[in-house]
Design a protein around this ligand. Sequence first.
Ligand SMILES: Cc1ncc(COP(=O)(O)O)c(/C=C/C(=O)C(=O)O)c1O
Length: 356
Amino acid sequence: SRMMGIWRFKELLPLKTERPVTMGEGSTPLIRLEKLEKIIGVRRLYVKFEGANPTGSFKDRGMSLAITLAREVGSKAVVAASTGNTAASAAAYAARAGLKTFLLLPRGKVALGKLAQSIMHGAIIVEIEGNFDLALDTAKELAKRDEFYPLNSFNPWRLEGQKTLGFELFEDIGVPDHIFVPVGNAGNISAIWKGFKELKRWGYSDSLPKMNGIQAEGASPIASAFKAGLRAPLFTDSPETVATAIRIGKPVNWLKAWKAVTESGGTFESVTDSEILRAQRLLAREEGIAAEPAGAASVAGLIKLASQGYFNGDETVVAVVTGHGLKDPDSARFHPTMRLRAISMDDAIEKVMEVL
Ligand SMILES: Cc1ncc(COP(=O)(O)O)c(/C=C/C(=O)C(=O)O)c1O
């Protein structure tokens, strides 16, 4: 049921608990994209809409486990560096668990909705001069002190929760041929892969999906190295993209993600900001799905690879839209629409009839 969320899979989770900190995270919609399917030329195309989670991103899946554990081990305070969604999710779940939240955020680079959530939930916010990667180093330093429980995705409990996305896909459609995931710190693509590997190992399924990681061109340490045939990412101190959620230069889980892509026979690809924004608009205006820019990156990558002949046409493909469009209301400035000003009912009706 809804309130059970990811805890429906409790036998498949490594945490036995009587009192999970949960808000029904997971059980998110799997939405068929009939229009885009025909354009891309695959048999079945879906979006796994993670914007439908309690705080509006996939982060809730892992946060439920990590915060449950933090409370069980008696932590009083949790710490997280974040581009915004981990912050929003940590603040919400920690508040629910009665834990103090310390957030390290790259000053001026966190989308408005995520900052609003962090403030609303009462987190203590440290806006640091520098990128997410400096914030993450700071969080790691703080986590060395016993008072702080670390929530970033080097914490394996986060990935244990996030693997439930794979379980849900399997429940709904079995094993898709391809899964597209936007990649920042590279935890999510690794977690979903882990979920499918476990389903196969436990005998539930006999096949595996190809994992495809999509990065923003200006923040693509893994994708650029992978495409150049290198064997390690090209870390950067100056990641730049409109998709601020994945504006990460030194992904902490890069090796896990690299293994997920190579073991599964998938690929990494990078997409430009304009390709991301085009995908964001297409999802919103053709399929009714509001994605924040990073959430649309998976679809942008899918479109780009399809145009390069990546598919043979009979595949079942899933694109993970990782965060809701409400997270980044400023990104609406890239998608203007007609706005009329009326001074009365008659004026409104007259103007509407003019543009009908
Ligand atoms: C909407 C959205 N889409 C994709 C990603 C990338 O996932 P990972 O590759 O597992 O990092 C993020 C990540 C956000 C943070 O890293 C953070 O919130 O600190 C995100 O918010």
